[in-house]
Design a protein around this ligand. Structure first.
Ligand SMILES: [Zn+2]
Length: 477
């Protein structure tokens, strides 16, 4: 509550004024753009040996700015040729639990021949920054790094320890993330983690903010293999029993199967808040679902919208097929890969049982391909909502903050599984979905979005560092 009072007193106007022009040409903004351009040049795709050099370059920036060597630790995972970096910004009060800021250095691959710009060079054109990772997730790595370096330069002292955790394999195995809790035991004591790799600010076509997604949970990623087998035989003598036909029937049954409706505090809050943003039937059905998550009409309506359907069910979909061994032989096996996004809190076994139920009388083996990273939803933390709204005050004041259960998964799952409430709070605002090109061709971030994210991260870091405990004391230009 203290924080809100400070906002009311106009504290934000006292903030570091170096970004004040917001035109991208002041020194700090340029330094942040340089950090991003430098980041894009590292081809931090799995298997290309560039994550560790990038981590070392980032570490060097922190050490040059005055962070102790021991407060910028690199952890190398030799078997996968990748690294993570953990930076500690020491706080004044050892009694306060740390807060973690989370981002990742690795990117998915980009083929230069597919792109209109060189993917591993940053190109600034038409108010946009192009390059693999500008959005996912190097834009945030650069913005947070730049902010922490600037705060250090003005001798800013957070009240609590802040950790900036930058992982090296979010897009693949998340092994560097899983190892962190044994490498840096203090992380397990954190009050919460703020994940720059999730959440989103959404702009309308006129580039005015509509809402800010605060990610509080993510679905669990799991993959099953469905297999049918048969003795086979010569293809000149077809029979009724046939592995391919059997599997095809199984998949059609799966297609028609709907997992039970689920809801959490976050999804109810999401539909309640979203209902006010959508006129007409969409908003009405969202409100009806928020009021009664068993409302059949509302469920049927939301089920027609893939994004909303994903918010109320576990989903499973066939993604790959393999069958037969010769063109003139009856198939002995047929198998399908089925990718599932499991609603938070639902176990793998429950999903496996539902898939088996969907198979009915068909003789299909259902097998999970790996043990997924099950993680609980994080309860909405009012202090985090307050800090985010404080951080939005300068450039996106009054934007509604909407809790969001993501259908995708990130490193946040590992943190939640380790008992750390984790919130996706990316400071990027884009026209959605038009400007969302993460993982795709010609990934870009509007220059304005990047520059405003610098204000956002500075305010957010100050807010969660316990700024409210020492009003005015540490705020200097
Ligand atoms: Zn990412």
């Amino acid at each position: 509550m203290r924080l809100l009072l400070l906002v009311a007193l106009g504290l934000t106007s006292l903030f570091s004024s170096a970004y004040a022009r917001g035109d991208g040409h002041d020194q700090q903004a340029q330094a942040a753009l340089d950090l991003l351009a430098e980041a894009i040049q590292f081809e931090t795709v799995a298997g290309r040996s560039q994550v560790c050099p990038y981590a070392r370059t980032l570490k060097a920036h922190f050490v040059a700015a005055g962070f102790a060597e021991s407060d910028a630790q690199i952890f190398e995972l030799k078997e996968d040729d990748t690294c993570s970096l953990v930076v500690r910004y020491p706080g004044d009060d050892g009694e306060l639990r740390p807060v973690i800021f989370l981002a990742h250095m690795d990117v998915v691959d980009a083929l230069p021949e597919d792109w209109s710009y060189p993917p591993f060079e940053m190109t600034r054109e038409g108010g946009r920054l192009y390059g693999r990772g500008v959005m996912d997730n190097k834009g945030s790595v650069a913005a947070i790094t730049s902010t922490l370096l600037n705060l250090k330069a003005i001798d800013y002292r957070p009240s609590r320890d802040l950790y900036f955790v930058v992982t090296g394999d979010e897009e693949t195995t998340a092994k560097t993330t899983q190892l962190l809790f044994s490498q840096v035991p203090a992380l397990a004591t954190a009050k919460y983690a703020l994940n720059a790799d999730a959440g989103l600010g959404v702009l309308n076509a006129e580039r005015k903010p509509i809402y800010f997604q605060l990610q509080t949970a993510e679905k669990t990623y799991a993959t099953f293999e469905l297999t049918t087998t048969n003795p086979g035989g010569h293809s000149s003598l077809p029979r009724d029993d046939n592995a391919i036909y059997e599997l095809s029937k199984a998949l059609v049954q799966l297609q028609g199967f709907r997992f039970p409706v689920r809801s959490t505090e976050s999804t109810i809050a999401y539909f309640r808040a979203s209902s006010k943003l959508y006129p007409g039937a969409v908003g009405q059905h969202m409100a009806a679902f928020a009021a009664d998550p068993s409302d059949k009409l509302a469920i049927d309506f939301l089920d027609q919208m893939p994004g909303e359907a994903a918010m109320i069910h576990t989903t499973c979909v066939a993604t790959m097929l393999q069958a037969g061994h010769a063109e003139n032989a009856l198939p002995q096996t047929a198998s399908a890969t089925v990718n599932c996004r499991i609603f938070p809190g639902v176990s793998l076994e429950t999903v496996e049982a539902f898939i088996s139920e969907a198979m009915g009388d068909l003789d299909v083996s259902v097998r999970p391909l790996f043990r997924p990273f099950e993680n609980p939803p994080s309860e909405i933390n009012p202090a985090v909502v307050e800090a985010v709204s404080f951080a939005l005050e300068r450039d996106y004041a009054g934007t509604p903050i909407i809790p969001y259960v993501a259908p995708y998964s990130t490193d946040g799952a590992v943190f939640r599984a380790n008992g750390i409430p984790t919130f996706g709070v990316s400071g990027q605002f884009i026209v959605y979905p038009e400007e969302k090109r993460a993982h795709g061709k010609d990934e870009f971030l509007p220059v304005e979005s990047f520059l405003k994210s610098l204000h956002y991260w500075e305010a957010l870091i100050r807010a969660v560092s316990g700024e409210e405990r020492q009003p005015g004391a540490t705020i200097k230009p």
